[in-house]
Design a protein around this ligand. Structure first.
Ligand code: GDP
Length: 425
């Protein structure tokens, strides 16, 4: 059975925790898109970890962790991340990397930084992990697949060809030092030796695993609203964040994805630029940011303070629909126990007309939030393990959101730990 765990919002919904939790019953966990640009924070018996490239199943001895072909593979980063786990006493995880995954080149990271510099105030708020240049090159057909590392002659010729193009941009657009193709070729040979033990025909491996009835998790990064097609373009990421892309980024048939567990955050947070209708500011935002997540809402990759907002039912319903959510996990509900009342954005006012449909970016820029207020529960709900034990106001909030989403909330997360979860029938 294949299950996808994906985000309905702007990312940072707590997918890492839900994946880590569900990985206990899984044989295989796969990353199928994105790269080291976002992070999952996971807390377990070994300590607290910020994973950027590895799937969240790496902490279990019985799971195979896979980097699918859809991922932007930063090879030295991956090896460092593996080492950071084993250094903390986590048993060496079983890792496979698709022979069709493409490689994050050192110049992708440079181009990302240079382009943000060039754009100045008009930048996209990139994490400068090289993601946009990487995917641009992939689709321009000048990327490097892992498989290409293993034919030196072909590799060298391609390195020379690509450097010629890159160096024109470096010299004339960015006024930065050129790339030395010889040096780059040597670096790639080093990458080859680093990655060799992990390389695998992942699609074929998964084909057999599905036939054998293995439990497989597809772990998404970021959320619906950062999808390049269905999100808030151009303030999006460069690979699809949707469960549907799991089929492509892992190499499995789309109809095998039976469950789409969509993670929805009980309030809103976002990083980077772009319209954020239910955003809050000042003290109100500071307080939610300080109390949010586990130790505050600050980026797992960059440490940047996240933008904060109230729950946005319009964006979240759309986020669930575009994922094809079959169930919802509602996270970080415990954080909201301090509030007297909880505003929920139930509509967007665009030029005096209220809509419940999530619009395209141009319209979104004009949207003003329409709020409904729900009473707060004014207590700490951490430690509660059954739904009935939650205060009535808290259940009302969950059920209000469920109605707005139109998807069953099967799990409520009330703390960062693996066991801090309430299952609902
Ligand atoms: P991801 O990228 O979707 O995995 O999200 P992040 O890991 O960036 O953000 C989630 C943050 O919230 C992490 O620090 C988690 O440890 C924490 N977290 C996850 N679920 C809960 C929850 O139910 N309650 C609290 N308080 N923190 C949570």
């Amino acid at each position: 059975m294949v299950r996808a765990i994906v985000g309905a919002n702007w990312g940072d919904e707590g997918k890492g925790k839900i994946t880590d939790m569900l990985a206990k019953e899984s044989d295989i966990v796969i990353r199928f898109q994105g790269g080291s640009n976002a992070g999952h924070t996971i807390i377990n018996n070994y300590g607290k970890f910020a994973l950027h490239l590895l799937p969240s199943g790496v902490f279990y001895g019985h799971t195979t962790s896979i980097i699918g072909n859809g991922v932007a593979l930063n090879i030295p980063y991956l090896l460092d991340e593996i080492k950071s786990l084993t250094d903390k006493g986590v048993p060496a995880p079983k890792i496979l990397v698709s022979d069709r995954a493409q490689i994050m080149m050192p110049y992708h990271v440079l181009f990302d930084t240079y382009e943000e510099e060039r754009l100045g105030g008009k930048s996209f708020g990139s994490t400068k992990s090289g993601i946009a240049p990487f995917y641009s090159d992939k689709y321009a057909k000048i990327g490097f697949q892992v498989s290409e590392l293993f034919d030196e002659a072909v590799l060298e010729e391609k390195v020379n060809r690509v450097c010629e193009m890159k160096n024109i941009l470096l010299e004339h657009l960015y006024h930065k030092p050129a790339i030395d193709p010889k040096e780059l070729f040597q670096t790639l040979l080093e990458y080859r030796d680093m990655i060799r033990p992990y390389v695998c025909d992942v699609s074929s491996f998964l084909h057999d695993a599905i036939k054998e009835g293995k439990n497989i998790l597809l772990e998404g990064q970021l959320g619906s609203l950062k999808d390049p097609d269905h999100g808030i373009y151009p303030m999006v990421t460069s690979s699809s964040t949707l469960a549907a892309y799991g089929a492509i980024g892992a190499g499995i048939p789309p109809y095998e994805i039976k469950n789409i567990t969509t993670v929805v955050k009980a309030y809103s947070s976002a990083v980077g630029a772009g319209a954020f209708v239910s955003e809050i500011f000042g003290q109100e935002a500071d307080e939610l940011r300080r109390r949010g997540g586990d130790g505050g809402e600050f980026g797992a990759t960059t440490g940047r303070p996240r933008r904060m907002g109230w729950f946005d039912a319009v964006a979240s319903r759309y986020g669930c629909r575009i994922q094809g959510a079959t169930e919802v996990a509602l996270t970080v509900l415990d954080v909201l126990g301090y509030l007297d009342e909880l505003p929920v954005c139930v509509g967007y006012d665009i030029d005096g007309k209220v809509t419940k449909d999530f619009p395209t970016t141009v319209e979104l820029e004009k949207a003003k939030p329409v709020y409904t207020k729900l009473p707060g529960w004014k207590c700490d709900i951490r430690g509660i393990r059954t739904y009935e034990e939650l205060p009535k106001e808290c259940r009302d909030y969950v059920e209000f959101i469920e109605k707005e989403l139109g998807v069953k909330i099967t799990m409520v997360s009330n703390g960062p730990g693996r066991d801090e979860i309430i299952y609902r029938k």
